[in-house]
Design a protein around this ligand. Structure first.
Ligand code: HEC
Length: 395
């Protein structure tokens, strides 16, 4: 299957960059780009062509705790009223497992007194189906440039349609059928996977069963632990052994979590020993089962590449400065502590959608695993990295 950047490039070449995908409103690096010739369009849509990124324009909220003191935008457009944010579109499948809608949770609305509340707080959220309905309308008005709102009926139809879609890897080139020998890969099984708000919550335990948090979040390939790598075994068995080892690493390999906004500051624990599943806690799905945007450093100044804008933000009270390629959640809440925070996405079918992270900065799954290994000093060796990638590719 083509990846997204390959598909965008092919669509561009087939239509000279005139397909409706290529529009100034969100596909171009700047809404003011010159798109009069094919060559100009190739330049204007380079973020879409190279990283499958869509431009989202969001301004600094009026009551924000910070101001924008410099916008270094390679495309000459961004300002305080509209920062240019280059983000990967999120899948519209497996939505049953969502707890927050959009990378920055901007379509997740507070609803005092609802049933979906973060335990121990007064933070309660509207049902995800409501958020998806407003999201569908906002996307139609914004991206599709519609002149009027969707009707209630149209919104309900969109939500019903997308809520019934499940995607997961079915077949692996090396391991073969991902539901063979008792494994539980593939979309059919995923449809039956249990989920509710706060399932297996990392902090307080499961909201419904009250069982403590279980770091063994992934169990699709439990029945493949019996396969051992063996020179004389057939290659499919060796590939299954690698996927199972990768699953075990995801569940149990220790990661010392520090400097993550949304965890270490909010919980007031400078160092938290965890695993991949501390953050990716929803069973066999891999997102977070409550809205909990985190800053793992993807938008840090140190990772800025020349194709990305860099924003200098100043705290109105302390005068402190942060430089970031995307303030994330902070553009919704106006809070200084929310700069750089994004949600952890659903990980099923992740192999089908490179590049990764909100900005498409990791070209492939190897790059994702290398990022974590360096950011958290995990100490994965080459074969452990390969096993983890094999597992992620089988989701
Ligand atoms: C401290 C919390 C945390 C830990 C630990 C963590 N993740 Fe993540 N993960 C996130 C967040 C938050 C994002 C989204 C970040 C962004 O794009 O800004 C993410 C994104 C990802 C993505 C990209 C998905 C996509 O659609 O782009 C993959 C893959 C992933 N994580 C795998 C892992 C693996 C494998 C591990 C363990 C080695 C791990 N994560 C550990 C919080 C975490």
């Amino acid at each position: 299957m083509d990846n997204y950047t390959g598909w965008c490039k092919k669509t561009f070449e087939a239509t000279d960059g005139l397909d409706p995908l290529f529009r100034l409103v969100d596909g171009a690096n700047s809404p003011l780009s010159d798109v009069t010739t094919t060559e100009k369009r190739r330049e204007a849509y380079s973020m879409l062509l190279e990283k499958a990124n869509i431009r989202v324009g969001i301004g600094i909220p009026v009551d924000a705790e910070f101001t924008l003191i410099e916008a270094d935008d390679p495309y000459g457009f961004a300002s305080e009223t509209e920062l240019s944010l280059f983000r990967r579109p999120m899948p519209t499948t497996n939505l049953k497992f969502l707890s927050a809608v959009m990378w920055d949770g901007r379509e997740t609305t507070l609803l005092p007194g609802s049933t979906d509340c973060i335990q121990g707080t007064t933070l309660c959220f509207s049902p995800v189906s409501f958020d998806l309905s407003t999201q569908a309308n906002h996307a139609t008005l914004g991206h599709a440039e519609a002149l009027q709102d969707l009707t209630e009926e149209q919104r309900a139809e969109i939500v019903a349609f997308e809520s019934g879609l499940f995607t997961a890897q079915i077949h692996d080139n090396n391991a073969g059928n991902l539901a063979a020998s008792g494994a539980l890969g593939g979309p059919k099984e995923l449809n039956h996977q249990n989920y509710y708000f706060g399932i297996n919550d990392t902090l307080v335990g499961d909201y419904q069963t009250n069982k403590p948090f279980n770091p063994v979040v992934m169990s699709l390939y439990d029945s493949w632990y019996k396969f051992k790598t063996n020179k004389s075994a057939d290659s499919a068995k060796n590939a299954r052994a690698a996927i199972a080892r990768g699953q075990a690493l995801f569940n149990t390999k220790q990661i010392i979590i520090s400097g993550v906004k949304g965890i270490n500051d909010d919980l007031n624990v400078p160092v938290l020993p965890g695993t991949c599943t501390t953050c990716h806690n929803t069973p066999n799905s891999g997102n977070h089962s409550t809205p909990m945007p985190l800053d793992i450093g993807i938008a840090d100044e140190s990772r800025r590449t020349p194709d990305m804008p860099l924003y200098t933000l100043q705290n109105k009270t302390t005068n402190e400065i942060i430089k970031t390629t995307d303030p994330g959640r902070a553009l919704i809440t106006g809070k200084w502590k929310d700069i750089g925070r994004f949600k952890g996405p659903i990980l099923r079918s992740v192999a089908s959608r490179p590049p990764y992270f909100h900005d498409g900065s990791a070209a492939d799954l190897n790059a994702v695993v290398n990022f974590y290994n360096e950011r958290f000093n995990i100490g994965l060796n080459e074969s452990e990295k390969a096993d983890l990638v094999s597992f992620l590719a089988a989701l």
